[in-house]
Design a protein around this ligand. Structure first.
Ligand SMILES: C[C@H](O)CC(=O)SCCNC(=O)CCNC(=O)[C@H](O)C(C)(C)COP(=O)(O)OP(=O)(O)OC[C@H]1O[C@@H](n2cnc3c(N)ncnc32)[C@H](O)[C@@H]1OP(=O)(O)O
Length: 722
């Protein structure tokens, strides 16, 4: 970590201010931990120091233990890389010292950062600070005493909630719950913290050691009931994530056997969990998510960020209204152009916002503020003020072409022209314009105000500045941007079309669709492929099948089954009849009346040996359905559609719901090994054809025993600033 250091300044009042600095978030890098030990030793040894104030540089207390150390430990298996902080530093050096410490918190105190602060004898915070223990989201538990001190400061129920949700709280909530002792402005922070430190040293305020407190802990019986309820909840919501149950066990240890026993058990379990496959996956996702906002040769090399103040959206349907909702919630002014004089799009935006208010996601004031920056229009007059146009009309190439042809003449010359198409080549969309450098794809996932993924699609004609601008807008909208090169299906839909085709093939091998859905859900997907087809509707499924069959003819499985379902009057969830029957008030049930259609289609496909269903284990189902997607992801990397392999992991998680605890599609694939996947695909390709034929990239990696994610050669396509 760059420039990690700890400094100490001793004032005439006898207070030593120890400051952690390790940009950008003052993570507790090994050097910071060593620096803290050194400065504390110095402060304890000096007779002119009566008390200590612990704080962070550049307006932040600390973002927690340096997560890149986890990566090293996970790579090498060397647990000695984890310094002893819990007992040696937090307990012996800070909490049990002969001089009191007060934490002066600004910005954030997360994970190990908050744990250091809880080892101090009081915590003073600025109002904006965020406080939390998000370790469970990294597959570990708090490891510097947090599982013990947080319940002793805020009470068991609140502590469990904060840890289980990995969600930080604001300083005000921290003050109300007992985590923070006083809230002051940034200007007063150090002064007030110093006064507190002296007051404690001179016994005008209590010298409280959090680990020794029991006043906020409930009776044993009540505690065990709360822990039991939390265990049951975690069994439901955090399957395949051992850290949740372990965290509750460790909390219980401290309640039953005392804080010190809890700290010791916590340290043991923390180390075991760092090496778990769940933690390896979640730590990978942490860095992969942050990598998406970095584009080689484009980001982080200059100040060329332009502000997009006004966005004009064309089309008030599901997509247009969703995007408008997301933009106005981010305080971006939106002009929503519709054809419908009753402004159905505006009504949809209002309904979206009302839904968010009802769920408590936003306040009524926020809704009103958002609506104040939205304007519905029926013509293009206001487009002369737009910094960006987002076209969100139906998938009709000539319509899109005529729209861009028209808006090009009306909008200012800097205006970005974005299309939400998910299927049409961007070069075709922008064909009739003189500004193909300003044409870009903004592929949102529906509903756009909820789904976090934004594929930013560039062609060789798109200007790098325009890519940068859309990334900025994506960031303002709090989307996860994946920069992808133009191709059929872009990164997500392209990678996952073989997943859908393979599901259909497995069905035609004789496996029941509800059994397939169950196996895929058990693997961790939010729903199975057939439930998903019911949800999106067969019109969309059938259109997608046509597109992929024509773009990638040699590797599709399309026997017209969906068309048979449509002929049978099935529309999926929309009319309550699909693979499942949907009746109000009851769970979807597999529809037995679909069997004759399936039988007919299986007969036509003639894949079952002697017409008998093939018997498959859940693992075989999962592999046969996901490996073709892994194979396609290899092509997506090989063709330079994504900038890096980890972008596929992020896209699979935030776009398709691939289980986060498995680290994303390729990370998971690498845990199985390229040669294993290759051998399976090869075998299936010999029996069932091109859908399974291993790509040259996969074949080469398997031959050389290489992982699929490792970047070996320069990307086939790159973006660079002009
Ligand atoms: C033993 C202990 O109990 C174990 C622990 O403490 S584990 C760590 C617990 N802490 C966390 O989980 C916090 C993780 N960090 C975050 O949530 C967010 O980064 C944040 C809220 C601190 C800041 O968010 P934001 O301002 O959006 O910046 P963000 O892009 O996420 O991070 C800025 C940079 O800091 C890095 N970073 C953030 N927290 C880090 C950490 N704890 N360790 C190492 N690097 C970290 C990010 O990787 C990123 O690096 P990059 O610029 O090279 O990509």
């Amino acid at each position: 970590m760059a420039k990690a250091r700890v400094s100490m300044e001793i004032g005439a009042d006898g207070v030593a201010v120890i400051t952690m600095a390790s940009p950008p978030v003052n993570a507790l890098a090994t050097a910071v931990i060593a620096g803290l030990k050194e400065k504390y030793a110095a402060a304890m040894g000096r007779s002119d120091v009566k008390a200590i104030v612990l704080t962070g540089d550049s307006g932040k207390f600390s973002g927690g233990f340096d997560i890149s150390v986890f990566v090293e430990v996970q790579k090498t298996g060397d647990l000695s890389l984890l310094p002893d902080v819990s007992v040696d530093l937090v307990m012996n050096t800070i909490e049990d010292a002969g001089k009191p410490s007060v934490a002066a918190i600004q910005g954030l105190a997360l994970g190990g950062g908050l744990e250091l602060a809880m080892g101090c004898h009081a915590r003073i915070s600025t109002p904006d600070a965020l406080l939390g223990l998000p370790e469970l989201s990294l597959g570990v538990i708090p490891g510097f005493g947090g599982t013990q001190r947080l319940p002793r400061l805020v009470g068991l129920q609140k502590a469990i909630k904060m840890m289980m949700l990995s969600k930080p709280i604001k300083a005000k909530e921290g003050y109300e719950s007992g985590l923070v002792d006083e809230i002051v402005s940034a200007e007063e922070l150090l002064t007030v913290a110093k006064i507190w430190a002296l007051d404690i040293a001179e016994r005008r305020k209590p010298w409280t050691k959090s680990l020794h407190r029991i006043d906020r802990l409930c009776a044993l019986y009540e505690a065990s009931q709360k822990l039991y309820a939390s265990r049951k909840e975690a069994e439901r919501t955090a399957q395949n994530m051992p850290q949740y149950q372990v965290c509750l066990d460790v909390i219980e240890e401290g309640i039953v056997h005392g804080g010190y026993a809890g700290v010791l058990k916590e340290a043991r379990c923390f180390k075991e969990l760092v090496l778990s496959s769940t933690s390896k996956s979640l730590v990978h996702v942490f860095f992969a998510l942050r990598a998406t906002s970095k584009v080689p040769n484009l980001t982080g090399i200059g100040p060329n960020q332009r502000r997009i103040k006004k966005v004009a959206i064309i089309g008030g349907g599901l997509m247009g209204s969703g995007i408008a909702t997301a933009l106005i919630l981010s305080d971006v002014h939106v002009i929503l152009k519709e054809r419908d004089p009753t402004f159905r799009g505006i009504k949809s935006v209002e309904a979206n916002l009302r839904g968010l208010v009802k769920r408590g996601t936003i306040t009524q004031e926020k809704m009103n503020r958002a609506l104040s920056v939205l304007k519905g229009v029926l013509d293009y007059t206001d487009f002369k003020y737009a910094d960006m146009v987002i076209e969100a009309v139906i998938e009709d190439a000539p319509l899109k072409q005529s729209i861009f042809n028209e808006v090009e003449k009306l909008c200012p010359p800097h205006c970005i022209l974005a299309t939400t198409t998910s299927t049409i080549d961007l070069n075709i969309v922008g064909k009739n314009t003189n500004c193909q450098d300003r044409i870009i794809g903004a592929h949102f996932f529906s509903p756009a105000h909820v789904m976090p993924l934004l594929e930013i699609v560039w062609t060789e004609k798109t200007s790098p500045q325009v890519i940068l601008d859309l990334m900025t807008v994506g960031k303002i909208m709090k989307k996860v941007p994946i920069v992808v090169r133009n191709c059929t299906g872009f990164a997500v839909n392209r990678t996952f079309f073989p997943y859908h085709h393979a599901s259909a093939l497995v069905l035609h091998l004789g496996v029941d669709f509800d059994r397939i859905d169950r196996a895929i859900r058990k693997f961790g997907m939010p729903m199975g492929p057939f439930q998903l087809a019911d949800l999106v509707g067969y019109g969309v499924v059938s259109a997608a099948n046509r597109i992929y069959s024509s773009a990638f003819r040699d590797r599709t499985f399309n026997v017209g089954f969906v068309e048979l379902m449509i002929q049978d009057g099935r529309k999926g969830k929309e009319n309550g009849r699909g693979y499942y029957l949907y009746e109000r008030g009851s769970r979807p049930k597999a529809d037995p009346s679909l069997l004759p259609i399936i039988d007919e289609s299986r007969r036509r496909a003639s894949l079952m040996p002697s017409g008998k269903p093939i018997s498959m284990s859940d693992q075989e189902i999962v592999e046969m359905i996901f490996f073709p997607a892994v194979n396609e992801a290899c092509r997506v990397i090989d063709e330079g559609v994504v900038l890096r392999a980890s972008d596929v992991d992020v896209a699979s998680i935030v776009g398709m719901g691939f289980p986060r605890h498995r680290g994303g599609l390729l990370f998971w694939a690498d845990t199985l090994g390229s040669s294993y996947i290759y051998s399976k695909l090869k075998k299936w390709a010999d029996s069932y054809g091109g859908l399974f034929a291993p790509s040259p990239y996969l074949e080469e990696r398997a031959r050389n025993g290489m992982s699929l994610s490792m970047n070996s050669s320069p990307p086939k396509a790159s973006i660079s600033r002009m």
